[in-house]
Design a protein around this ligand. Structure first.
Ligand SMILES: O=C(CO)COP(=O)(O)O
Length: 278
C-alpha cells in the first residue's frame, strides 16, 4: 500500500475512533432495513434445500436472504416461486469478470438470471482459501453492482490482528478498498471477525456494537448520509439463543448466519427475533 493511502487510513482511524468514543451511541439507529442472511457455505443437498424452502416462513419487517451453493440456486428459486414466499436469494461469490475463460468460476449475470438479488463478496473463507485480496474484492463489488446485485461485503479481523490491536486499521482499509469508485449506499457490510466464524466463540453483543459503530463512523467520513442508511450485519457463531442480544444493539442491522442457518427451526427463530425488533 502506498504512503498517502497509509497516512489517510491512519488519519481516518484516529478520527473515527474519536467520533465513535465521543458519540457513544449512533444518533440514527432506527428506520434501517433489517436483514437475516443465511450462508450455507458448501452444505445442503437438493432434497434438503427443497425441504428447507417448504418449511421456512417469511416474516414482515425483515429481509430474509438465503445463500445456497451455486448449483442449488435455480431449484431454490423455483421452490420459492412455487411457495409464493417473500424470501430472497444470494450467491456466495461471483467472479469479477463479466464472462470468459475462467474455468469453474461463477458469472454475476448468471446468478442474477437464476433469481439472486444479492451476493456475498470477500467472505473470510474466500480471502483465506482462495487468496482473494482487497483489490479483487473491489472489482467483484463493481461487477455485482453492474449486474444489478447488491453486494454484501464481508470484513473482519483475524485473531492475530485482534491481538495486535490492528482491528480498526484492518477494517478501515477493507472498507475503503471495497468502496473505491462505488456509491456506499448501494452496499451492505457484514462484520465477521474471523476468530468468531464457526468456532462457537462469538463477539459479545457489546463488542460487536462497538465495531459496528466504528464501521459506521468510517463510512460517515466517506458519505455521512449513506452511513446512516447502510445496513451493517454481524456474523460469527450467531444462533437462535444469542440472536436477540445482537438485535438489541443500535448499529447491528441484522445477522449473517452460517451453521445455525442449516436448521430450519433455529433459523426461523433468528428471523422472528429480527422481525419483531427489540
Ligand atoms: O461465516 C459465517 C457466515 O458467513 C458465520 O458462520 P457461523 O455462523 O457458522 O459461525
Amino acid at each position: 500500500m502506498n504512503q498517502p493511502i497509509k497516512a489517510y487510513i491512519k488519519q481516518l482511524v484516529q478520527e473515527a475512533v474519536e467520533q465513535s468514543l465521543s458519540q457513544g451511541k449512533t444518533a440514527i439507529s432506527i428506520g434501517r432495513k433489517k436483514y437475516v442472511i443465511a450462508n450455507w457455505k458448501m452444505n445442503q443437498n437438493l432434497q434438503e434445500t427443497l425441504s428447507f424452502f417448504q418449511k421456512i416462513q417469511d416474516e414482515d419487517g425483515v429481509e430474509v436472504v438465503i445463500c445456497p451453493p451455486a448449483p442449488l440456486l435455480l431449484p431454490a428459486h423455483t421452490q420459492i416461486m412455487q411457495e409464493g414466499k417473500k424470501l430472497s436469494l444470494g450467491a456466495q461469490n461471483v467472479h469479477q469478470e463479466e464472462k470468459g475463460a475462467y474455468t469453474g468460476e461463477i458469472a454475476a449475470n448468471l446468478v442474477k438470471e437464476f433469481g439472486c438479488q444479492y451476493t456475498l463478496i470477500g467472505h473470510s473463507e474466500r480471502r483465506q482459501y482462495f487468496q482473494e485480496d482487497d483489490q479483487t474484492i473491489s472489482l467483484k463489488v463493481k461487477r455485482a453492482l453492474q449486474e444489478g446485485l447488491t453486494p454484501v461485503v464481508c470484513i473482519g479481523e483475524t485473531l492475530e490482528q485482534k491481538h495486535q490491536a490492528q482491528t480498526e486499521k484492518v477494517l478501515t482499509s477493507q472498507i475503503l478498498l471495497a468502496l473505491e469508485g462505488v456509491n456506499p449506499a448501494d452496499v451492505i457490510f457484514a462484520y465477521e471477525p474471523v476468530w468468531a466464524i464457526g468456532t462457537g466463540e462469538s463477539a459479545s453483543p457489546e463488542e460487536a456494537q462497538k465495531m459496528h459503530h466504528y464501521i459506521r463512523a468510517v463510512l460517515s467520513h466517506i458519505d455521512k448520509k449513506s452511513a446512516e442508511q447502510i445496513a451493517i450485519l454481524y456474523g460469527g457463531s450467531v444462533n437462535e439463543t444469542n440472536a436477540k442480544e445482537y438485535a438489541l444493539m443500535p448499529d447491528i442491522d441484522g445477522v449473517l448466519v452460517g451453521g445455525a442457518s442449516l436448521k430450519v427451526d433455529a433459523f426461523q427463530k433468528i428471523i422472528t427475533v429480527f422481525a419483531k425488533g427489540d
